[in-house]
Write a protein that binds this ligand. Structure first.
Ligand SMILES: [Zn+2]
Length: 103
């Protein structure tokens, strides 16, 4: 059985809307949306900012873990892996937040 092609907004595909980033008219773009180039540039920028934000959040946390956890090899390893997980999670959250926030 053939299924119709999936289109999230078939009614908007015939209209052109200006990209919120560069102002270029792009067919099928939602109002206030970004063209492919601007979207790529935005996600790259958001990723860069998010990495720094995650690092800024992780360093004090890692220092705190070092001070609080016993100075044995096992606990150092647990602390380090916790910090790594913390870094990736805060990076993900920061990326989402930055994407909402930057224009
Ligand atoms: Zn654009």
């Amino acid at each position: 059985m053939l299924l119709p092609p999936i289109s999230p907004a078939p009614w908007s595909s015939g209209f052109k809307h200006a990209c919120a980033g560069c102002g270029e008219l792009v067919a099928g773009l939602e109002v206030g949306g970004y063209c492919a180039d601007c979207w790529r540039a935005r996600t790259r920028r958001a990723g860069r900012i998010a990495r720094w934000a995650a690092l800024a959040a992780t360093v004090p946390f890692a220092v705190y873990l070092m001070l609080v956890l016993p100075a044995t090899r096992e606990w150092r390893l647990i602390g380090a892996s916790t910090a790594v997980v913390w870094y990736f999670l805060t990076g993900l959250i920061a990326r989402r937040a930055v994407l909402q926030w930057i224009k």
